[in-house]
Design a protein around this ligand. Structure first.
Ligand code: SF4
Length: 483
């Protein structure tokens, strides 16, 4: 059966849809890979706010003529997905369209009501979508598929099927097919790849979807792939592309299970020993009492050549962090000290920051700048303007306190614009702080030329119209060069 998988990106590279292989999303990739393995003819479509959706989808529908279209979306991608869905149904009303992803999972009633959808997938969708494809191929009216809510085209009634427990054994998942993403990736050198290490997080931060996702079904939510399975995927990656320089171990937080973490690091260390050229690793960490002051962990990182991690400060205000964000408990000084230790071991790190949080004042934000400076990030900062995702408890708080402005949910500009009306921190002030955050944190530490380049990039990201104009210029120049 011909199946089209659609992925939309709100933050795109100026030249292509994705910057590097590390931007390949796992959810839709696992589904596409499993569908391919089941013998289906699977194509990919990647859309950005720049795409001429009408032309693009009319051509795909005409040339490829799929029988099933799989969409995926988080809340901020929904405006684009709605446009795509409308075009599909206007041009090919008989195609079965299913939407999965975090937005549909956490907001199923509102999502399944969308006209262009025949079904939504709730939670982990690999086996559900494969079963759907096989029923459609057999000419059946899809029914009784766990994790799917299926809409009757005639009367609009929805069959709400129950959910499988969380996939127990992540080693059952295939290694994702990366080849299908190659045409969409701009970076061709110093390849950084991402390998899935685990799913789920034990923490309950209110701005993140994990606390809500962990409740949707039964079974263990925090899971890791076996070290052997991860090493085998990396080995195959290197076989396919010897230029791979770095592998990012994608999991919400590697330190969630320290025994597992040491086991994995031991496997990576032994794997490194057999390589001619050392491979670098990176991962995500959340500070918690077991990680704080943990030199043994940093030594194990070093031995495995895991020389980069991302870690969340989010807010320098301990009150906002504890009461509003419900972050794992740590003091600013704990993070500053952990970062200092990482520098001792020559391990680089990015500090994650959120700006424009409910209850945040300019004074709180100044504390964020101060603490981030003291953390001395050695691999930059990842700074985002807070975007309230429907289905999370912080979104609910924003609704209760009437903080959302009218643009929320209508614009694809995610994490670069504030959609909150905060009494002590205006949307414009938040945008300016977003643009100048890098400058404020790194002035005096890094060369001014680098700081200005980064600041310019944040400015481009903060104004999507500006970014779209530059990107269109790139595409135009590239097409002229080809002629
Ligand atoms: S630690 Fe990170 S992944 Fe885990 S709940 Fe908090 S924000 Fe989400």
């Amino acid at each position: 059966m011909k199946i089209l998988c659609v992925y939309s990106v709100t933050s795109y590279s100026l030249k292509k849809e994705l910057y590097c292989p590390a931007d390949i999303p796992f959810g839709i990739s696992f589904i596409a890979t499993m569908l391919k393995k089941a013998g289906h003819d699977v194509r990919l479509a990647v859309v950005t706010p720049l795409a001429d959706l009408n032309r693009m989808f009319k051509k795909i529908l005409c040339d490829f003529d799929p029988g099933l279209i799989c969409l995926t979306s988080v809340s901020s991608q929904m405006p684009m997905i709605r446009k795509v869905g409308k075009i599909i149904k206007e041009n090919s009303p008989d195609i079965f369209v299913v939407l999965g992803g975090v937005h549909a999972t956490l907001n199923p009633d509102e999502t399944v009501a969308l006209d262009f959808l025949d079904a939504i997938c709730i939670g982990e969708g690999e086996s559900a979508v494969c079963e759907l494809a096989s029923q459609l191929q057999e000419g059946k009216k899809p029914s009784g598929i766990k994790n799917l809510w299926i809409k009757d085209r005639v009367n609009g009634l929805v069959e709400k099927n129950s959910l499988h427990p969380f996939e127990e054994d992540l080693d059952e998942l295939p290694f994702i097919d990366r080849e299908m993403w190659e045409p969409y990736i701009s970076q061709k050198e110093d390849m950084i790849y991402t390998v899935l290490a685990g799913r789920g997080c034990p923490n309950r931060c209110t701005f993140c979807s994990n606390h809500a996702l962990s409740q949707i079904t039964s079974g263990r939510y925090v899971r890791f792939r076996s070290p052997e399975n991860i090493v085998e995927e990396i080995r195959q990656l290197l076989e396919r592309d010897p230029m791979v320089s770095t592998v990012f171990l994608e999991t919400e937080t590697l330190g969630a299970n320290l025994r597992y973490t040491y086991d994995l690091l031991g496997h990576l260390e032994r794997f490194q020993a057999g390589l001619k050229r050392p491979l670098k690793f990176g991962t995500n960490l959340a500070l918690n009492p077991r990680i704080r002051n943990n030199r043994k962990l940093l030594e194990a990182f070093r031995r495995a050549n895991l020389n980069f991690f991302r870690i969340g400060l989010e807010s320098g205000s301990e009150e906002i962090r504890n009461k509003v964000l419900r972050r794992p408990k740590y003091k600013n000084q704990d993070l500053i000290e952990f970062c200092r230790m990482a520098r001792e071991y020559d391990i680089k790190y990015t500090v994650n920051i959120l700006i424009g949080l409910p209850g945040e004042s300019k004074k709180d934000f100044q504390e964020t700048v101060r603490v981030t400076r003291l953390c001395r990030p050695t691999y930059g900062v990842s700074v985002c303007i807070f975007y309230p995702y429907p289905g999370t408890s912080l979104y609910n708080l924003c609704v209760e306190q009437n903080l959302l402005d009218a643009r929320h949910g209508k614009s694809p500009s995610e994490r670069t614009t504030s959609y909150l009306n905060l009494p002590e921190f205006t949307s414009w002030q938040i945008k300016m702080e977003y643009i100048f955050f890098y400058y404020k944190v790194f002035r005096g530490y890094e060369p001014m030329s680098k700081i200005m380049t980064k600041t310019l990039r944040y400015a481009v990201d903060a104004f999507p119209v500006f970014k779209q104009a530059i990107s269109r210029g790139f595409h135009f120049a590239a097409s002229m060069a080809r002629k």
